[in-house]
Design a protein around this ligand. Sequence first.
Ligand SMILES: Cc1ncc(COP(=O)(O)O)c(C=O)c1O
Length: 404
Amino acid sequence: MSDRAASSETAVSEPPTTDELTPPDRTLMGPGPSDVHPRVLRAMSTPLVGHLDPSFIEIMDEVQELLRYVFQTENRWTIPISGTGSASMEAAIGNLVEPGDTMLVPTNGYFGGRMASMARRAGGEVVTVDAPWGEPLEPSVVEAALTAHEPDVFGFVHAETSTGVRQPTVPALTEAAHDHGALVIADCVTSLGGVELRVDDWNIDVAYSGPQKCLSCPPGASPLTLSDRAMEKVLSRDSEPRSWYLDLSLLEGYWGKDRSYHHTAPVSNVYALREALRLIAQEGLETRWERHRHVAGALKAGVEGMGLEMNAPEEYWLPSLNAVVVPDGIDDGAVCATLLEEYDLEIAGGLGDLAGDIFRIGCMGYSARPKNVVYVVSALGTVLDSMGADVDPEGGVRAAREAL
Ligand SMILES: Cc1ncc(COP(=O)(O)O)c(C=O)c1O
C-alpha cells in the first residue's frame, strides 16, 4: 500500500468494553423457549467436528432415527432443518405449495396466519377454514371448506401456542383432506415430544416442529418429516421453490444417501438435538406424554385452586401451553413484568384476539417438573393478590401439591 493511501486511513474505532456474558437465571414457563436440560447444554459445549466428518455423518443418522421415533413415523425424509421452527415451517410450506396451488389454512390462532403468509409468498392462493381463537377446528367445518375450495394442501396447527388449544380429531381431519385429494401439513411445534402425536397412524403427510418447546433444546435445528407421497410432489414441481436454502430437493443431497455439501450444518445445535431426543428415548414417548399431562394437570389444578379459570376445556386443553383467563381489572403485562423482575420467572400474555385476556403458561420438556409448577403457582398467586385480584394463593399451591 502506498504511503499516501496509508496516511489517508483513519484509526480504527475504540473496541466496545462488553462484559463477560452472565444471563439471568430464569425459570422458563412461557410459550418457549423452555428450560434446557443440563445434558443438552453439556452436549452443546463438546468440541466441533466438520459437518462432513465421518463421525458427524453417524450423528446425522442417529438424529434421523431418533426423530422418526419421536414423530412416530417411518418416513425416510425426516431431518432437522437449520434454523428455528419458522424455518421448518417454511421448508414444509415453501416446498409443498407451488405457484397457483391452493392452500387451506385455519384462522383460529396466530400460527395459522403465519401459514397463510408463507403460502402466499410461495405463490399459492390462500383460503381459510374458520374457528374462533381459543377453539379447535370442527371436522364438519373443515369438510365444508374442503368441499368449497378443493385445496391442494391443507395446513392445521396441532398445538396452537397462541391460544393453548390442542386440535383433537386429527385423524378425521386428515381423512377428510385426503378424500379431497389434499396433502396435509401439521404444525407440531408445541406438541412434538410432549403431547400425543402419531404422524403415521394419523396419516399426516408433513409435520414440522421446533426444538425449544417440548424437546427442551435451544432453538437452531428444527424437526421436519415428509411422507413419500409429499416428497413425490416436492420432487416433481414444475418450478424451483423460491428459497434456495430450504429447497428440500437440494437438502436431500446432504441428509439423504450422498451426504454431500449443501450448507454448513449448525453442528452444536445438531449435537443438542441429538441429546434432547436421546432423553426422550430414555424416558419413553408415552411416559413423557403422560408426564406432561400429569405435571401440567397440577398446574391447572393450582390455577383453578386459587380461583382462576382455564381458557380451554379439558376436551382440547393443551398441557404444554396453558391458557389462563386474566382476572378482571388486572393488567397481564404488569403481572408478567413483575414475575420476571421479582421472581426470575417467564410467562407470557395473550396475542391477537386474546391479547389482554389470557396468560400463557408453558409446561414443556425439562420445564414440566413439579418444582417449576409449585413455583409458578405460588409466584403468580402472590403477584395477583398484591395487585388486588380476587385469588387465594395458598389454596392454589395446596391444590397443585395435591395433584402432584
Ligand atoms: C405453533 C408454532 N408454530 C411456529 C412457530 C415458529 O417457531 P420459531 O419461533 O421457532 O421460528 C412457533 C413459535 O412459537 C409456534 O409456537
